[in-house]
Design a protein around this ligand. Structure first.
Ligand SMILES: Cc1cc2nc3c(=O)[nH]c(=O)nc-3n(C[C@H](O)[C@H](O)[C@H](O)COP(=O)(O)OP(=O)(O)OC[C@H]3O[C@@H](n4cnc5c(N)ncnc54)[C@H](O)[C@@H]3O)c2cc1C
Length: 598
C-alpha cells in the first residue's frame, strides 16, 4: 500500500478512544496507486457493462447467469484477488481489496453472491485450512471452478450462532463424521460446490467441516422469497447422515467459534466497504435525477429541501469513506508490522482483523445504516418514480436492507463493539481506567475556556472531539462502576455507548481525512471537504450528547446525575456552525458535477 508519509501508525485496536491520531499517519483513498486505480476501474467496468445490463434477469434468478458472471470475474482475477499467489490468486493487499469491494458494492444481488463466495465462502479455508486443504480448494475458489457457501445459521440459532443443533458423530471406523442437521439462509446454496458447515461433535464440540455439496444426504430447500437481493440464491441446506471424511475437519475440533468469529471480523469490514460503494452509486443516481426532473419550471435540484438531501447523502458517504480507509490503513500497518516480525502474511491479516474488531464492527453498523439512509432519501428524491421498478432506486432500497441483518445484526455488532472494548480493558490490553478516572477528576474542575488559534481551521472541532472522548469515557466508566459484570445485561446503556463510540470514530476519521487533504492540496482547494467535516461533526456532537444523556439518566440520580449531565453538556459543546449554508454549498457542487465527487 502506498503512503504519502513513511511513518506508520502504531495505534492499536480501540485506542482511538483514548489516544490522539494525526492526519499524516491516516490512510485516505486519495493515496490510491496507479495499479490500484486500474484494478478498481476494471471492477467498475465489469459491474457497469456486464452486471447492470442484466440486473433484472439476475433478480429473476435466470439459470446460470450469476455462475457465468462469477466465471467472467474470475478470468479478470478478481474472484481470487485476496487469495495468495501460491494458491493461484492475485494476493492483493488490504487496501487494494478495499478498492475492489467498493466497486463491487454497486452490483446489487451479484455483489451478494460475490461477497459470500470471496468472503465467508473462501476465508475459512484460507485462514484455518491445513496446507493440504488450501492447495486442494483455494485455486478452484479463485478460478470459479468451485463455488462456496457458508453454513452457520440454523432455524433455531441465528444471532446465537453457538446454539447450533447440527450434530457430527465419528463413525465406528474413525474415518468419517456423520452429520445431521439443518442450516438456514445459506447464500449461494443453489449453486455451491462446497459448504463450510458448523456442527457440534457429539452435540458439544462446535467444529467446522468442509463438505462437498454433492455428498449423499445433502438436500436443499426452495429458494427463499426475499425482500431484496432477489437475485442471490438463498436456501436451506439439510444434512441427513452426511458422511464427511475426518480430513475435512476445518481447524481444531471444538474451536469452530474461532473460525466463525474471526471470519466475521473481516466480513464486517467488507460489508461496510460494499455499502460504501452502494452509497456512492446511489448518491450519484439521485443527483442525476434531481438535475433532470423539472417541477414548477425548474430542476428539483434547485430546491433547498432537495439540496439538503443530496448534501446529507454525500456527507454521510464521505464520512463512511474516511472511516473505511482509515481502518484499511490501521489494518495494513498492523499486517506489515507483523510480517516484518516474521508472521505469515495470511495469519497477520487474521490477527489484524481481530485486533481491529471494534473498528470492523463500527464500519459494518455505520456503513449499512448510511446506505439505508441514502437509498431511502434517493427514493424520496425520485418521488413516484422512486416507487417504480422501472427505475434503479427501488432495487437499491430493497437490496440495502439486508446489510443491517447479516454478518451479525447491527444490534449484536453494537453490543459487541462495547463488549470487546470493556473486555480489552479488563484484560489490561487497553487502559481505559486511567483516562476514565482523569475525566472524573476533571468533572470537578473549572472548565477549560481557552479558545483555539483563529487560523486553525479545525481548532474547535479538534478540541470538541477530544472532549467527546471524555464524554464517552465518563458515561462508559460510570456504567462499568455501576453495573460491573452485569453491564452486558443493560443493553439500552450498551447501545447508547456504542452509538457514541461509532459517532466518535467516524467524526475523527472524517476530520483526519480532511486535514490530510488540506496538507496536500491546501485549505482553499478543500473548502467543501471542510464544510462536510464541520457539518458532520456539528450534528454528530448533538447525537453524542443525546445518547450520553439517555444513558446517564437511566442509572444516576441526585447530585451525581446533575454533575454528569453538566459533564455531558460540557464535553459535547461546539460553537454553532451554519450547516444550512454549508449543505447548500456542498449540494451546489454535487449538482454542478452531476455525481458524487468527493
Ligand atoms: C438474505 C440472507 C442471507 C444470509 N446468508 C447467510 C449465509 O450465507 N450463511 C449463514 O450462516 N447465515 C446467513 N444468513 C443468516 C444471518 O446471518 C442471520 O439472519 C442473522 O445472523 C440474524 O439471525 P436471525 O435471523 O436468526 O435473527 P435473530 O437472531 O432471531 O434476531 C432477531 C432480532 O433479535 C435481535 N437479537 C437477537 N439476539 C439478541 C441479543 N442477544 N440482544 C439484543 N438483540 C438481539 C436481533 O438483533 C434481531 O433484531 C443470511 C440471512 C439472510 C436474510
Amino acid at each position: 500500500m502506498s503512503t504519502l508519509t513513511e511513518k506508520k501508525t502504531d495505534l492499536k485496536g480501540g485506542e482511538f478512544l483514548i489516544k490522539e491520531s494525526n492526519a499524516a499517519d491516516t490512510y485516505i483513498k486519495e493515496q490510491i496507486t496507479e495499479e490500484q486505480s486500474m484494478i478498481a476501474q476494471s471492477t467498475s467496468d465489469f459491474i457497469a457493462n456486464r452486471v447492470h445490463p442484466v440486473i433484472k434477469e439476475i433478480d429473476k434468478q435466470q439459470p446460470g447467469l450469476v455462475i457465468g458472471l462469477l466465471h467472467e470475474i474470475a478470468e479478470l482475477g478478481l474472484l481470487g484477488a485476496a487469495i495468495p499467489e501460491e494458491y493461484g490468486g492475485m494476493g492483493v493487499d488490504f487496501a487494494t481489496d478495499t478498492f475492489i469491494n467498493i466497486e463491487m458494492g454497486k452490483g446489487h444481488s451479484f455483489s451478494a453472491a460475490y461477497a459470500a463466495h470471496t468472503g465467508i465462502g473462501t476465508l475459512p479455508i484460507l485462514y484455518f485450512g491445513t496446507e493440504e486443504q488450501k492447495k486442494k480448494y483455494l485455486p478452484g475458489l479463485g478460478d470459479s471452478s468451485i463455488k462456496a457457501s457458508y453454513c452457520l445459521t440454523e432455524p433455531g440459532s441465528g444471532s446465537d450462532a453457538l446454539g447450533a443443533k447440527t450434530k457430527a458423530v465419528l463413525s465406528e471406523d474413525g474415518k468419517h463424521y456423520i452429520i445431521n442437521g439443518q442450516k438456514m439462509w445459506i447464500t449461494n446454496a443453489g449453486f455451491a460446490d462446497l459448504f463450510t458447515v458448523f456442527a457440534k461433535i457429539d452435540g458439544e464440540k462446535f467444529t467446522g467441516f468442509i463438505i462437498d455439496a454433492k455428498t449423499e444426504g445433502i438436500s436443499l430447500g426452495a429458494e427463499e422469497d426475499k425482500l431484496g437481493i432477489k437475485g442471490s440464491s438463498t436456501r436451506q441446506v439439510f444434512f441427513n447422515n452426511v458422511k464427511v471424511p475426518v480430513e475435512n475437519v476445518l481447524g481444531e475440533i471444538g474451536k469452530g467459534h474461532k473460525i466463525a468469529f474471526n471470519v466475521l471480523n473481516i466480513g464486517r469490514y467488507k460489508l461496510g466497504v460494499l455499502a460504501l460503494g452502494g452509497a456512492k452509486e446511489t448518491t450519484t443516481t439521485a443527483i442525476k435525477y434531481a438535475n433532470e426532473r423539472i417541477q414548477f419550471n425548474v430542476p428539483i435540484s434547485s430546491f433547498g429541501a432537495i439540496k439538503h438531501k443530496l448534501a446529507e447523502m454525500a456527507i454521510k458517504t464521505y464520512a463512511t469513506d474516511a472511516a473505511t480507509f482509515r481502518t484499511a490503513g490501521l489494518i495494513q500497518d498492523y499486517i506489515d508490522a507483523a510480517v516484518a516480525k516474521g508472521v505469515d502474511k495470511v495469519q497477520a491479516k487474521l490477527q489484524a482483523a481481530e485486533e481491529f474488531s471494534v473498528e470492523c464492527a463500527i464500519l459494518k453498523v455505520f456503513g449499512s445504516e448510511v446506505l439505508d439512509y441514502v437509498v431511502d432519501e434517493a427514493v424520496q428524491v425520485f418521488g413516484g418514480t422512486g416507487f417504480s421498478e422501472e427505475y434503479p432506486v427501488a432495487r437499491a432500497y430493497r437490496d440495502s436492507r439486508i446489510n443491517r441483518i447479516f454478518e451479525g445484526t447491527n444490534e449484536i455488532n453494537r453490543l459487541l463493539s462495547v463488549g470487546m472494548l470493556v473486555k480489552k480493558a479488563m484484560k489490561g490490553e487497553l487502559d481505559l481506567f486511567t483516562p476514565a478516572m482523569a475525566v472524573q477528576k476533571e468533572l470537578m474542575s473549572v472548565p477549560d475556556f481557552s479558545t483555539p488559534d483563529a487560523d486553525d481551521v479545525f481548532g474547535n472541532e479538534r478540541k470538541a472531539l477530544l472532549n467527546a472522548k471524555k464524554a464517552i469515557l465518563m458515561t462508559a466508566g460510570a456504567a462499568v462502576q455501576k453495573f460491573m459484570q452485569n453491564l452486558e445485561k443493560e443493553q439500552e446503556v450498551m447501545m447508547d455507548i456504542a452509538d457514541m463510540l461509532i459517532e466518535l470514530f467516524v467524526c475523527e476519521s472524517t476530520l483526519l481525512k480532511t486535514e490530510k487533504l488540506i496538507s496536500i492540496r491546501g485549505a482553499e482547494a478543500c473548502a467543501l471537504q471542510i464544510d462536510i467535516t464541520k457539518t458532520y461533526i456539528s450534528d454528530s456532537l448533538e447525537r453524542i450528547n443525546l445518547s450520553g444523556k439517555h444513558a446517564i439518566v437511566s442509572f444516576n440520580d441526585g447530585d451525581m446525575l446533575r454533575i454528569m449531565l453538566m459533564g455531558i453538556k460540557r464535553f459535547t459543546k461546539l460553537d454553532p456552525f451554519n450547516t444550512v449554508a454549508a449543505r447548500r454549498r456542498i449540494a451546489d457542487k454535487l449538482i454542478e458535477e452531476g455525481q458524487y465527487c468527493f
